[in-house]
Design a protein. Sequence first.
Length: 605
Amino acid sequence: MKRNILFLSGILACVLSFHTPEIYLSPGALAVDEKAEVMYTALTTGKAIAVTDLKSGVTTARIALKQSPNHLLLTPGGATLVAACGEEKGCVEVIALPGRKEKASIPVGHTPSGMAVTPDGKYLYVANRFSNSVSVIDLPGKKVVATLPTAREPRAVYITPDGHTVAVADFLPAQAASADTVAAQITLIDVSANTVRARVMLPNGAQSVRALAGSPDGKYLYAVHLLSRYGMPITQMDRGWVNTNALSMIRTDDGAVYATVLLDDVDHGAANPAGMDTDGNGHLFITLSGTHELMCVDMNGLHEKLNAFFSGKMTDPYLHDSEDLSSSLSFAASCKQRIALNGRSPREVAFANGIVYVSSYFSPFLEAIPAGDPAMTTVIPLGDEPAPDAVRRGALAFHDASICYQQWQSCASCHPDGRVDGLNWDQQNDGLGNPKNTKSLLYAHVTPPCMITGIRESAEQAVRNGILHTLQTNRPESLAADMDEYLRHLSPVASPYLQEYKRKDPRQKGQMLFAQIGCFRCHSGKYLTDQAKYDVGTGDGNDAGRAFDTPSLRELWRTAPYLYDGRAATLRDIFTKYNPDNKHGLTNRLNSDELDALILYLNTL
């Protein structure tokens, strides 16, 4: 496919502006003005926003920020740029345009992520990922006026065109992994009262929900996510029997899931859908971050097919009801177009004036793709950055599904951010028929052995076996070594419970109970593990009487569900439901207040 690089003067101007490469840029969220003249790009590891003149293709300035920008948007009329920034000290930066001066910094929750603004520009809704909440901000008043709960890690927000309904997508499932249905949820909020109207459960296995969009008429909400076949052994990779990648359509009036269709092709996965936008005329643009592609979906054509299917006008011997649609790798084939990109790991997309703009996390440029002629794609530099070191190369490899057999998944498909997906998986390393909960990879390289049963002597061994048996591919040793470096450099995120613990337990009762009931005997040292295996009485079925590896308790607050098979949805469940013989700590002697104190302390680790 032909690729046109913007004229030399544009590149030279960008190089002169940002000549000294000091940090990686990691382009993320995009915001384009209504005239399609200026693009604002979040440089997520650069703590800045790039300002690009789209007419000349030159990145002319950067807006420096105190914290990393997670999301951007322009208010109606374009007079204000809003940035969701930071982690535990999350805030929304309100920046006046065109002067690019900060008007306000509004504190919100932990790791503010997706945002959406009402059509009248009055209210801003912010998803606080690790606070499990949504902040409602009165923009003219520059203050939070309400905080609403969500289930687990909200990351995407969408407001219907009429401004009546806000949809907030949880990133991960919040149920026990052994439940009949394990799936992420979407919260629907009534704007007029700022109350939760409904909670929509996505299809079983839905996880890693990264983006929301909607139909122009407001009747349908669109969500992209992984659809994990976690009930299948991971040996069944061929033709999507482990991880598939999906588009779910939800009716906004009653919150019902209308249909879920697959973005994948029969023998070619569309791994890790990430960003999404529409052209307002029936086309949906989705970035496939794992396969480094842009997908264009003809939603008018897809809705026509769905109407024909549900009305009985179209028949298929393999499709009997809506559930069958989510297993069909051919139903949506005629409505999809895949476009290869120059960038690595495309994350965000924005449509403006007939052009689709894409940012890619591991590439320091934007791509401008004419909607009707992708062969005329141009590249817009955002600035210099250093050559990738081993950690950066490893991060890309970890998120790269192109190294996987048929491109169904990347390492990040089951370990988003190197952590957990909330699901049980049946791996062959300890026999089949006994699925285990996904384990966080934080500190895996310094707390061997690895895997829940400790069957791998080291994380290095686990990485290489994962490439061979889970991605079902052979790759050079250098790629595995780079992944090791990426995983070694994972840093813990500050707990969202720290301030609550300081306020509610100033005498550190929870920490004292942790020692008194015996937790410290196994969960000791810097990483809160003695790296040994024990039978704590939780083994069941094929795993009855089995000893399990003592996991690190670092970041325990974000690794639910718990126990080797994820049967405990919460920490409380561990102690009140699944520790009858006190083999997992002497918790039966604790009263309700003591249990509350212990759990709060554990959530700070």
